[in-house]
Write a protein that binds this ligand. Structure first.
Ligand SMILES: [Zn+2]
Length: 404
């Protein structure tokens, strides 16, 4: 027997990037959208059978395509240092808490960008406490010996990166490669040398294809990004100071970009520059430059994907989605375009089932935000409800947002 319901929604942001639709009647049959029509055409539908969300905006479930579940956003240096040595037993509850924050902000899918102990992988294998979420993870990232990346991964040793990866049996969902260092907070636009050669990266992409994995690449600066894009890597993470030429290449090749702009703004907000030997003006110029790049990416048609790097200093799991979206607004993206970056584009990059949009035939899993779309992205921190497969999520009702 069919299980049919109707919902009248004030505004629908469907995740495809098309303009917001107003006053819509959704027909849901067996947990999927059977029709999406203007409400004015709701002829013959018994009004008492219609769920009234006419004061609300519906948004697809969000995808945060770059988090580090084991790391908290703490700026306390003792806590950050402990993250370098803490074991899984200690981090398990930290990961669970972060997933809870993400879920209550409507982030139903995350991609973990790596940790030094394969903690996210281990957590997922024991999962059970987050039945309504999808966790994708890169496992342990790869960096070259003596270079940045120890916190989120390992180095290949004498075997070389390709052989080491081929022999690795970790059950990760993608390969995370660390191609450059971090951005300088003292010297504007300073580029670091690539960690791997063009030949190594090209062979690695082929090896990853044989394992059915995509390659996500931490890369800042022109040369590290160019090598990754030319080799056919699937997403550039961060991409600060990559330059217009790389953005054009990415638009041509369909390479995704996860710009993590807020990571830099969070430094400005949370770092004590004197203590850390950083220059606040340089940090602010870095933010500005990345916003310019984001604007260019939009103009060139680069596939931009929203990811926050939550767990980086000051970048909170959950809330940072809203902060990143605000910066996308600054770079000229409409709210419909931003939501697309955080749903459809993320779903494609992560290879999720379904395309993440609220369209006919797709799962009726969505977020309910009180008020008009002008309340977005702010209201994503105060969701009215989450529906899964056509019904209010029991899990969300039992686990409303709270800090512990
Ligand atoms: Zn990261």
């Amino acid at each position: 027997m069919n299980n049919t319901s109707y919902i009248h929604v004030g505004w629908l942001v469907d995740g495809t990037g098309r303009p917001v639709q107003k006053k819509v009647l959704l027909k849901i049959v067996d947990g999927r959208f059977a029709s999406i029509e203007p409400f004015s055409q709701a002829l013959g539908v018994d009004p008492s059978a219609v769920i009234d969300l006419s004061h609300c905006t519906l948004v697809p479930p969000l995808v945060d395509s770059h988090v580090h579940l084991f790391m908290s956003a703490a700026s306390d240096s003792r806590i950050r240092k402990n993250q370098l040595v803490a074991g899984y037993e200690e981090l398990r509850s930290v990961i669970a808490q972060h997933l809870h924050y993400l879920f209550t902000h409507g982030v139903l899918t995350v991609r973990d960008g790596g940790d030094r102990g394969g903690f996210a992988l281990k957590y997922r294998s024991e999962q059970g406490s987050h039945p309504e979420m999808v966790i994708k993870t890169a496992g342990r990232a790869w960096h070259s010996e003596g270079r940045y990346g120890g916190l989120i991964g390992r180095y290949p040793g004498t075997r070389g990166i390709v052989k080491a990866y081929e022999e690795d049996s970790e059950q990760s969902d993608c390969l995370k490669l660390v191609m450059s260092g971090l951005n300088s907070l003292k010297q504007y636009g300073k580029e670091t040398a690539p960690q791997f050669t063009a030949e190594e990266v090209a062979n690695l992409v082929k090896a990853a294809a044989r394992k059915g994995q995509k390659v996500m690449v931490h890369a800042n600066g022109q040369v590290p990004v160019r090598i990754a894009v030319d080799a056919g890597c699937h997403s550039i993470e961060h991409g600060f100071f990559m330059g217009r030429e790389n953005l054009q290449r990415m638009a041509d090749k369909g390479t995704s970009w996860v710009p993590t702009v807020y990571t830099m703004k969070a430094y400005a907000e949370n770092l004590n520059p004197a203590q850390e030997g950083a220059d606040l003006q340089v940090i602010e110029k870095n933010v500005h430059h990345q916003l310019k790049q984001l604007q260019t990416a939009r103009e060139l048609g680069v596939e931009v994907v929203l990811g926050t790097d939550a767990g980086s200093l000051g970048v909170l799991h959950g809330e940072s989605m809203v902060e990143e979206m605000k910066l996308f607004r600054k770079a000229g993206f409409s709210i419909a375009e931003i939501i697309r970056c955080a749903s459809l584009n993320g779903s494609k990059l992560l290879g999720l089932e379904g395309d993440g949009t609220l369209t006919v035939g797709s799962r009726a899993t969505f977020l309910v935000s009180r008020g008009a779309p002008s309340q977005l992205p702010r209201k994503l921190s105060y969701l009215e409800d989450i529906y899964t497969d056509g019904s209010p999520s029991e899990f969300y009702r039992k686990n409303p947002f709270k800090y512990t």
